[in-house]
Design a binder for this molecule. Structure first.
Ligand SMILES: *[C@@H]1O[C@H](CO)[C@@H](O)[C@H](O)[C@H]1NC(C)=O
Ligand SMILES: *[C@@H]1O[C@H](CO)[C@@H](O)[C@H](O)[C@H]1NC(C)=O
Ligand SMILES: *[C@@H]1O[C@H](CO)[C@@H](O)[C@H](O)[C@H]1NC(C)=O
Ligand SMILES: *[C@@H]1O[C@H](CO)[C@@H](O)[C@H](O)[C@H]1NC(C)=O
Ligand SMILES: *[C@@H]1O[C@H](CO)[C@@H](O)[C@H](O)[C@H]1NC(C)=O
Ligand SMILES: *[C@@H]1O[C@H](CO)[C@@H](O)[C@H](O)[C@H]1NC(C)=O
Ligand SMILES: *[C@@H]1O[C@H](CO)[C@@H](O)[C@H](O)[C@H]1NC(C)=O
Ligand SMILES: *[C@@H]1O[C@H](CO)[C@@H](O)[C@H](O)[C@H]1NC(C)=O
Ligand SMILES: *[C@@H]1O[C@H](CO)[C@@H](O)[C@H](O)[C@H]1NC(C)=O
Length: 775
């Protein structure tokens, strides 16, 4: 099982190192930490709580195994074995068990399933404007900026002193809140306030794997930065004069600036384990959060083993909205995680902002490129030389104290970047065709990335002169707004279909994820610059990844929850999906950087780019309740134990198994596996929509054609008299047994012309095999 923290950034290589360290340590232990799911209905009445039942179960197996085995390690028995006893997220516990103890647990009453605890690799000023949020109208004013909605973030902790968590103007903490501000190392409870209303940390799982570990920061304080960034993106307060060393200067704000933040730290510099993530989600449900934001995920595992899928089912049942990142393993199809039917899965895209630097040549001509170097070129002018591909070692005397120009002919920018980093060049100009450059911009030496057109100007200048005469200067810290086209889906963003449940189209939508400016802990060298013997730190950092896209959607969910407290999590998701934008700011289809800037398919962007103001008035809602999801699990032919591991209840009913869930999108597999006698295959989908508008309305169906297929909808018109009225329709797709193209797609839109409401759903038809993952 591979986990990833969806973040595309160089600076986190440090983080990846610590993960591999914990993996090697892990091998040493013979008894292992297990997560065990139990059937609470099998609990004998004599127990006062499930906690005492779990403890007793463990005590009894400790007794059994020490008497039946001739172990000399009898001292290793009992109470310390129980690491966590969960209440909400799962019915079960985490414990350290030897192989024989595990066998005994498996035969004890109420045992459902178990998995080994595993490591979890962890995958602004302007993005709110880009989302169309403004103080005059729309979601911010209607939702009062997300007032009093509580967003729980499971992440690396928080830097409470950051300006984004100031509570100026915030009212009293909602009385329903049951959370706490836990004390810990360099973290006392007075650090929480009316913005940051909860701070807890979970490391018992981590410590069960490494009992002698000394934690560098044994508290909710964030020493990685990721959690400070994601939580300030979702719900940060206003901070004037925010920037990353002068880039992106402006007033920083979260998407829901009046929502509350509760941080649940379960990801540590020393490692991260599923058992701790589960404990964090468990506690957040207990504390009473309204939204859970999960910028982390589990790759390539079936739904009934995916801890995040399992834990979030309980959240769904309690009406808690969950958004989760799609992962950073793009642009390949089927690279997506968190493709769980009951969470909103978020892809990442660019915004209409670029960070720039200027190269001024000795002849007075200037060219502009992309840059994020925090400092300045020193000295301000230097000789400029063309070096070539810069893939292999460069001759020292060619580059010494010079600006070197490298041409990226072979798409080897990473190698070139590191070659020059280890040379003694003053700065570098990389001429490249690549357009997904976010991970190269935050350089530790002066770097400017030029497109081939600008590159040619530089090359021509150098060619005309003797090397010794060619000179140039570099200027940094530029910001350009309203750049076009935007958004574009970022190449790192993971693509669908979902591994675990391919019959539900994923991701659900895309949100700003590239070069997002948000808060950063003080004094982290990952956002610093050394000038002489002084190190300057930035309180804001620019990060890229689906990790950054996810909290944008969590913030939008908080706004919708504040505006429509009665909406279910799936209603909120539906509103965001059906009102999302599929055109960019040039009114052309949103492009996919990972696919040569061709129009992005729904496997890249889901329904489209989240549009919070439109999501306030979606017209129609595709609602899904817990029983509908259970019907889906039944339709997937999961076993009783697998289903109960997710639902936690033994009393679910499989009387209506169905693979056709009431989702606001469609995916049909024409994979050649439906070979009947006829040459045609028909796929039908039934959907039921709930009218959430005011007064009466009529919606007319509009279908875009999909080449090679006949797509129809019946009826073609739906009229509603009053709010909450439901109507059903059928979508029918007829086509050949095997599709010529791998992926074709179109849209079904229900249009209310008088109110200008468009309820749009993507339709994907694919020849990819539907038989991955779980079935
Ligand atoms: C918490 O820390 C603050 C700032 O360091 C300090 O002023 C305060 O006395 C501390 N409170 C407690 C309860 O320790
Ligand atoms: C932890 O420390 C104890 C006492 O110093 C030692 O006996 C034990 O071997 C250590 N365990 C590991 C896993 O290093
Ligand atoms: C972390 O802090 C908690 C509470 O202060 C304490 O019980 C625990 O022993 C500490 N753990 C480590 C590894 O420092
Ligand atoms: C670079 O140094 C090498 C070895 O010292 C020498 O052979 C070569 O001629 C020098 N090249 C230039 C351009 O000065
Ligand atoms: C950019 O792409 C074009 C077409 O693929 C190629 O001819 C050219 O060499 C590339 N230029 C650079 C600088 O990579
Ligand atoms: C590009 O790659 C090819 C094959 O790996 C190699 O032969 C060639 O030298 C490279 N081109 C440059 C400009 O480095
Ligand atoms: C589930 O089992 C039924 C009966 O065996 C079968 O018809 C159906 O195709 C299976 N569904 C899936 C998704 O495998
Ligand atoms: C679409 O429908 C038309 C008319 O019924 C039929 O002739 C055609 O073969 C159908 N095409 C496909 C791809 O099913
Ligand atoms: C068809 O189904 C079989 C068995 O379920 C599976 O092994 C095969 O991969 C499927 N083929 C396609 C193209 O989906």
């Amino acid at each position: 099982m591979a986990y990833s923290f969806p973040m595309a950034n160089h600076i986190f290589s440090v983080w990846l190192l610590s993960i591999s360290l914990s993996k090697t340590l892990l091998v040493l232990a013979d008894p292992h930490t297990y997560i065990v799911h139990m059937d609470l209905s099998a609990m004998p009445l004599s127990f006062s709580s499930h906690h005492s039942w779990f403890s007793a179960t463990l005590d009894s197996i400790a007794a059994t195994t020490t008497t039946t085995t001739t172990s000399t390690l009898s001292s290793s028995s009992s109470p310390s074995k129980l690491i966590y006893s969960y209440t909400n997220a799962i019915n079960g516990f985490t414990a350290i068990l030897s192989p024989s103890e595990l066998e005994t647990v498996k035969s004890s009453p109420g045992y459902l399933s178990s998995v080994k605890d595993t490591t979890v690799q962890l995958d602004t000023t302007h993005s709110t404007q880009f989302l169309g949020l403004n103080s005059n109208s729309g979601a911010w004013s209607v939702a009062d900026y997300g007032k009093d909605v509580i967003i729980g973030v499971v992440d690396t902790g928080i830097w409470p002193e950051s300006g984004s968590f100031n509570d100026d103007g915030m009212g009293a903490i909602p009385s329903r809140w049951k959370g706490e501000c836990e004390e810990g190392f360099q973290f006392n409870s007075s650090l929480c306030n009316k913005k940051l209303i909860g701070a807890r940390y979970f490391n018992k799982g981590l410590l069960s794997h490494h009992p002698n570990l000394t934690l560098s920061m044994n508290s909710t304080r964030d020493t990685i930065g990721h959690g400070t960034h994601t939580s300030s993106t979702a719900a940060g307060s206003y901070v004037k004069g925010a920037s990353y060393f002068g880039y992106g200067t402006g007033t920083a704000t979260g998407v829901a600036p009046r929502a509350r933040v509760a941080m649940y730290k379960a990801v540590w510099e020393e490692g991260a384990f599923v058992s701790d993530i589960l404990a964090a989600i468990d506690q957040s449900i207990m504390d009473g959060v309204d939204v859970i934001s999960l910028s982390l995920g589990a790759d390539d595992i079936p739904l009934y083993q995916d801890p995040i899928a399992i834990a979030t089912f309980a959240a769904l049942e309690k009406g808690i909205f969950v958004s989760a990142s799609a992962g950073n393993n793009g642009p390949y199809l089927r690279s997506l995680h968190n493709g769980t039917p009951w969470v909103l899965t978020v892809a990442a895209s660019t915004i209409d902002r670029e960070f720039t630097g200027i190269l001024k040549l000795g002849n007075g001509v200037s060219v502009t490129g992309l840059a994020l170097y925090p400092g300045n070129l020193n000295p301000s002018q230097a000789p400029i030389v063309y070096v070539g591909a810069c893939e292999n070692e460069v001759e020292a005397n060619k580059t010494d104290r010079k600006i070197v120009v490298c041409l990226d002919k072979n798409d080897t920018l990473s190698e070139q970047f590191y070659t020059i980093q280890s040379s003694n060049a003053l700065g570098a100009i990389f001429i490249t065709n690549k357009t997904d450059l976010e991970s190269f911009m935050q350089s530790t030496y002066p770097v400017l990335l030029l497109n081939p057109q600008s590159g040619k100007i530089v090359m021509d200048y150098i060619k005309k002169l003797e090397h010794s005469e060619a000179k140039a200067s570099m200027k940094f810290h530029g910001t350009r707004l309203q750049t076009k086209p935007a958004p574009r889906v970022s190449s790192y963003s993971s693509r669908g279909p979902s591994y675990s449940v391919p019959i539900v189209l994923k991701p659900d939508l895309t949100a700003p994820g590239s070069l997002i400016l948000a808060s950063w802990p003080d004094s982290l060298s990952s956002a610093s610059i050394k000038t002489g013997n002084e190190e300057l730190f930035s309180k804001f950092n620019l990060l890229s990844g689906t990790s950054m896209a996810c909290p944008h959607v969590s913030g939008v969910a908080a706004l919708l929850k504040a505006a429509h407290p009665e909406w279910s999590p799936s209603a909120i998701r539906s509103a965001m999906m059906t009102t999302s934008e599929n055109l960019d700011n040039t009114f052309k289809p949103i492009q996919d950087i990972g696919d040569d800037n061709k129009p992005a398919t729904p496997f890249a962007m889901g329904s489209g780019h989240v549009a919070p103001n439109k999501a306030l008035n979606p017209g129609l809602i595709y609602d899904v309740n817990a029983q509908d999801y259970i019907n889906l699990l039944c339709g997937l032919n999961y076993t009783q134990n697998q289903i109960q591991t997710i639902t936690r209840s033994s009393t679910f009913s499989c009387s209506n198994p169905s693979l056709d869930i009431n989702y606001p999108s469609f995916i049909a597999y024409f994979d050649g596996n439906d070979t009947k006698s006829t040459a045609k295959v028909v796929k039908e989908f039934k959907r039921t929509v709930t009218y959430v508008g005011v007064g009466s309305s009529t919606f007319i169906a509009k279908l875009t054609s999909i080449s090679g297929l006949n797509v129809t909808v019946t009826p073609k018109k739906m009229s509603f008299e009053s709010k909450n009225e439901k109507k059903s329709y059928m979508l029918r797709i007829e086509g050949p047994t095997t599709l010529q193209d791998q992926v074709v797609y179109g849209f079904l839109s229900w249009i209310e012309s008088t109110r200008k409401i468009v309820v749009r759903s993507p339709i994907v038809v694919t020849s990819l095999a539907s038989t991955v993952g779980t079935f």
